[in-house]
Ligand binder design. Structure first.
Ligand SMILES: Nc1ncnc2c1ncn2[C@@H]1O[C@H](COP(=O)(O)OP(=O)(O)OP(=O)(O)O)[C@@H](O)[C@H]1O
Length: 586
């Protein structure tokens, strides 16, 4: 196949001569000077070629074609620095080549197109697109039609576009309508819109596989359709955490070239019923309260999150809870190992082998997952009880522009685990330090009242009524437990052993004596602590406190490739100094 695709000839860009070579995987062109010496080479992976067109073609608001019979135009992915974001921006690179004859031009276009098919097996041909016209700044429709649709057209992708008229329309469509012709589903909107598509696709897949989503022990069937996210919401965290930038062009290009990023999904059950799925944050306590508070102030727009965060922080609440978790294998990875899940992550790749090792066909693919889950014996569960500022579970780093490293910087997108973060009740200033560290590079887990565990499942419940009232009374009076008062050291806090945790619970019970109210808490914030918080599940409030969460490894696939490490991409400057592409210097 490699030899069939190989093509080499002189080509011209303007009046400069280039030696162009198409190997199996790369399309390279090297400038040749008058003395036949090679200058710089531009190498574009065939997998990143967006399209090949006869003539001299430009894509502005619409396609402009100057049909000359010796020219062809190649469109490809070009990388550029994103400024503040963690990933790289992708732009549409374009180079117009001239050939000495029409025959040679036709040979180039034919070979390049064949190479695209060979090296882009997951490139979509037909997509189902949902646009939420009310998401974010209400620009989703414009973003799709002016930025994304021309790129899809260039790449030969046909789209069936549905502009939603109500919440949950996309979910319901995916659950009920015929999806046979589609390679993937694209949502143009924010995290809420992504969540709709996620629920619709997972539900549909389980229906077709005859699986009951309400049974928390069932291993769910991976979704066959890819999901693409064109960010157009006020919160686009899933896009940021899986691409590294919030940029419609970058996301559209990932869709076009058929990138594939598996993603873990957490199922949330209450009393043997499915409540929801989550991919980013499941948070009780602080994060639940902030969401509940912000819902009361929707009229403020995005500012409501700052306002609500401040109000909830000042109210200095903590909540009693019993947390049980099933630890993941500590030999595979750890939330404190200071690694980052980047594009091509080896931990996630090894997980693919582990999760789907027994067969390549999807039927036995999920039976191999089933055997993995069924071996999780109940005896492995660890249980802790006490008062928490917040309890969070995240299946990914949950990085976002405000917190570039995220809630759990070393979490993985697709290793079949989640990170459970327990923030025990503490002094308000300690908690502020914890929150502040999310905005910097300081380790938010390196605090004595914080612990993090890599887990496969979590159960949460509030203590029964009587105990709850007792905690409430104490919570209402107490200014929280000082770090010094807690009676355990930092080394212990990261050990996560059952024994240490039990000791800590005892220590906490002892320190839960009523205390003199802290002067910091008086005035504005000294309201009575409610008995229970609510769960924030990817931005939605859950109606239950008691939940069982289970991580399903690589349940869905996104048109993405994880965050690219800018430093690792071999790049240099071309004509536009800010732009990067693969250029090899000779
Ligand atoms: N046509 C519609 N009318 C009203 N709501 C819709 C419509 N289409 C989708 N939705 C709902 O709007 C919610 C928010 O949408 P989306 O995530 O796109 O925007 P957002 O601005 O990021 O959201 P948020 O206000 O939650 O930050 C989603 O939960 C989705 O179910």
């Amino acid at each position: 196949m490699e030899t069939d695709l190989r093509l080499e000839s002189s080509l011209w860009i303007g009046n400069r001569r280039y030696r162009a070579v198409l190997t199996g995987w790369y399309f390279n062109w090297t400038e040749v000077d008058k003395k036949n010496r090679d200058k710089k080479t531009i190498a574009v992976p065939v997998a990143e070629v967006v399209g090949v067109e006869e003539g001299r073609v430009e894509i502005l608001l619409q396609k402009l074609v100057e049909d000359t019979d010796k020219d062809f135009t190649v469109f490809y992915v070009k990388r550029s620095n994103s400024g503040g974001s963690s990933g790289l921006l992708w732009r549409l690179g374009r180079t117009q080549f001239s050939c000495p004859s029409r025959v040679l031009r036709d040979q180039w276009t034919k070979h390049l197109r064949t190479a695209l098919k060979t090296h882009g097996p997951l490139r979509p041909h037909r997509l189902l697109v949902f646009i939420n016209p009310f998401g974010g700044k209400r620009k989703a429709r414009k973003i799709f039609h002016s930025v994304v649709a021309p790129l899809f057209e260039l790449a030969g992708i046909s789209s069936h576009v549905i502009v939603t008229e109500r919440a949950n329309q996309a979910r319901d469509h995916l659950l009920k309508k015929d999806l046979t012709d589609f390679d993937g589903v694209v949502c143009v909107g924010g995290d809420g819109m992504f969540s709709e598509v996620l629920h619709g696709l997972i539900g549909r897949t389980q229906q077709e596989a005859g699986l009951c989503e309400n049974d928390p022990t069932v291993t769910l069937h991976p979704c066959p359709l890819h999901i693409g996210i064109i960010p157009a919401g006020s919160t686009d965290c899933v896009c940021y955490a899986t691409v590294g930038v919030i940029d419609p062009v970058t996301s559209a290009l990932h869709i076009i070239i058929g990138d594939s990023q598996p993603l873990d999904v957490c199922s949330v059950h209450h009393a043997s019923s499915l409540v929801s799925y989550s991919v980013s944050l499941l948070g009780y306590g602080f994060y639940g309260d902030v969401l509940a508070e912000s819902e009361k102030h929707r009229w403020m727009g995005p500012l409501r999150y700052e306002y609500s965060g401040t109000m909830v922080y000042l109210s200095n609440r903590s909540y009693a809870g019993i947390v049980q978790y099933l630890p993941a294998d500590p030999l595979l990875s750890s939330p404190r190992d200071k690694t980052r899940c980047l594009s091509g992550c080896s931990v996630c790749s090894r997980s693919t082998d582990r999760l789907f090792s027994h067969s390549s066909d999807s039927g036995s693919l999920y039976s191999s997952q089933f055997s993995q889950f069924s071996s999780d014996s109940e005896g492995d569960w660890v249980s802790v009880e006490g008062r928490f500022k917040c309890v969070s579970l995240t299946c990914m780093s949950s990085s976002c522009p405000r917190s570039p490293l995220g809630l759990s910087p070393s979490a993985h997108l697709a290793d079949g685990t989640g990170d459970l973060i327990l923030v025990w009740d503490t002094h308000p200033l300690g908690f502020l330090k914890f929150l502040y560290r999310h905005t910097s590079t300081q380790d938010q887990f390196d605090l004595p009242f914080v612990e993090v565990h890599r887990v496969k499942a979590v159960r949460f419940s509030a203590p029964s009524g009587k105990e709850e009232e007792g905690y409430e009374e104490i919570g209402g009076l107490s200014g929280g437990i000082d770090e010094e008062e807690r009676g355990y050291d930092e080394t212990e806090s990261s050990s996560g052993s059952q024994q240490h945790l039990t000791e800590r619970v005892r220590g906490r019970e002892m320190t839960n004596e009523p205390k003199t109210p802290s002067p910091f808490l008086c005035g504005l914030c000294c309201s009575k602590t409610p008995a229970a918080s609510v769960w924030n599940c990817d931005g939605e409030i859950l109606p239950f406190t008691e939940i069982l969460c289970r991580i399903h490894g690589q349940l869905v696939r996104l048109y993405a490739r994880g965050i690219e490490d800018g430093a690792a991409v071999h790049s240099s400057e071309e004509s536009d100094k800010s732009e990067r592409t693969c250029i090899l210097h000779k």
